[in-house]
Ligand binder design. Structure first.
Ligand code: F6P
Length: 363
């Protein structure tokens, strides 16, 4: 048995723990493991890699990587092989389906099956490869925690931890200067990171995509605090949060990439400054949430997922994603995991708790 591992899409803390666990579990079974560099680029474009587009993954190669952020294989969220962008002579772009060609490349490389670690984009590609005949098991990865059919994705806990620590730090400086701080957090179209970090850190308002907001109630909350002698406030805003009367803020979109969200933090700060008369500053944590050391929870989850993926291949599972279903890790059809995004239910206990505490959601 020869298996390949690939990591695709935005990186997330815990990827290396999955690679290590899958490699060690496979090695124990006497299987060979290769890692494909930068998603599938190492297989599709080996000429771009002077030292080879694939890395032989041995016990030695994965020793001591479990606690490292990023991915030793590299990742990309460009060049989707199922809708590969090709520029025409007139400068316009069309997409070409290279799925069958890629499956052929796996066969030519003597690879029997693939463990692909990714979010909704990579798992959608995984499903196409599986439909085209490649035995595939997906591993759910994203800091956004927005994949359906799994109780959690690895990377999320680290992102929440980093965001919480940063908000804690802003509390002290906000208090000293009696300022409003607006903290913009990643999470794409789901508010999980903003909600969990905001409640954990004790933010005063949390704006998430699931609850369209207006800033008047937030300004009123800030005024009530002021009247009680609390002259600062922390407002957490998810990058995908949308004003009731406006659009989601998009920084841009390359022809072969998902739209880049961002900018809502500055807008919220400017409007709050106008409404409250208080100085408001914005902090955009951005990719800080994705970098650095994974928490022990993410390492453990990644390790469990990596081992389960190999176990799944051995048991004959194909076209599935490993999924956390506490206390178990089991296998769900890839198609069911990518069907819809898992967003925050607006009646979930964390939101009910936040409302009990008086946290404003701008509604
Ligand atoms: O999906 C993970 C994520 O970090 C989102 O929270 C964010 O919107 C996006 O990726 C950013 O992607 P990029 O690194 O391509 O800008």
């Amino acid at each position: 048995m020869k298996i390949a591992i690939s990591t695709g899409g935005g990186d997330a803390p815990g990827l290396n723990a999955v690679i290590r666990a899958a490699t060690l579990s496979a090695a124990r079974r006497g299987w060979d493991v290769v890692g494909i560099r930068d998603g599938f680029n190492g297989l599709m474009f080996p000429e771009l890699y002077p030292t080879g587009g694939m890395i032989e993954l041995t016990r030695d190669m994965v020793r001591g990587i479990g606690h490292l952020g990023g991915t030793i294989l590299g990742s990309t969220n460009r060049g989707n092989p199922t809708a590969f962008p090709v520029q025409q002579e007139d400068g316009t772009w069309v997409t070409v389906d290279r799925t069958d060609e890629l499956v052929g490349l796996f066969r030519a490389a003597g690879i029997d099956s693939l463990i692909t670690i990714g979010g909704d984009g990579s798992l959608t590609i995984a499903r196409r490869l599986s439909d085209a005949g490649l035995p595939v098991i997906g591993v759910p990865k994203t800091i956004d925690n927005d994949l359906d059919k799994t109780d959690a994705t690895f990377g999320f806990d680290t992102a929440v931890e980093v965001a919480t620590e940063c908000i804690d730090r802003l509390f002290t400086t906000a208090t000293s200067h009696s300022r409003v701080f607006v903290v913009e957090l990643m999470g794409r179209y789901a508010g999980w990171i903003a909600l969990n970090a905001g409640v954990a850190a004790g933010a005063h308002a949390i704006l998430i995509p699931e609850i369209p907001f207006s800033l008047e109630p937030v300004a009123e909350m800030i005024a009530r605090r002021e009247a009680r002698g609390a002259r600062f406030a922390i407002v957490v805003v998810a990058e995908g949060a949308t004003p009731k009367d406006g659009e989601r803020m998009i920084l841009g979109k390359a022809h072969d990439q998902a739209e880049r969200l961002g900018g809502i933090g500055n807008r919220v700060a400017a409007e709050l400054e106008h409404l409250t008369g208080k100085e408001a500053r914005t902090v955009v944590l951005g990719h800080l949430l994705r970098g650095g050391t994974p928490t022990s929870l993410d390492r453990l989850l990644g390790t469990r997922f990596g081992a389960a993926a190999v176990r799944g291949l051995e048991e004959g599972h194909r076209g599935v994603m490993v999924a956390l279903d506490p206390p178990h890790v089991n296998f769900v059809p890839l198609v069911s995991a990518i069907n819809k995004l898992r967003t925050v239910p607006i009646d979930c206990d964390t939101i009910v708790t936040a409302r009990d505490l008086g946290i404003s959601f701008g509604d």
